[in-house]
Design a protein around this ligand. Sequence first.
Ligand code: CUA
Length: 177
Amino acid sequence: MEIHAYEKLWLALALVLIVGFIGTITYGAAGAGIDMIDDKGGTVDPATLDDHPKFGDPGIEKTGENQYDVYVVARQFVFEPGTTQPIRVPEGSTVTFHVTAADVIHGFEVVGTNANTMAIPGQVAEFTVEFDEPGEYGLLCNEYCGSGHHVMEGKLVVMEQSEFDSWYEQQQQEGEN
Ligand code: CUA
């Protein structure tokens, strides 16, 4: 079978396009530090969240050198912590978030970053983020969760290390009382 030169050229170009498109999709799904959230965070009973050792009093916990766990409960229409009090983390830290919901499905998005998950009653979403520089980020609920969905927001503050240390110490002391 004979294929004309132009036809070969068009076939080759079409092939390049197809490979290119598959490449961009693959990069968008798995490249550039993208980590899909799976079920490794485990499950929790949403009805007894208040008695849970971590979610009963959610917040930040130091787990190692510059390593922290942050527990967040989403409920109509606040993040705990996040809304009444900001989530505070130190600069240069690696933070593993554990996010769940007490009532209905919510979203938990750290605005301007790729940290973004659904908060599902009964399910714990777990993901890790590195915060380099001091600064402030907004938190948003991006799943429709009821009449107050549009006002469900919060704040995350990346603090300077010394500032964070004294705040954290104070938290620990208050927790002991
Ligand atoms: Cu919570 Cu929308």
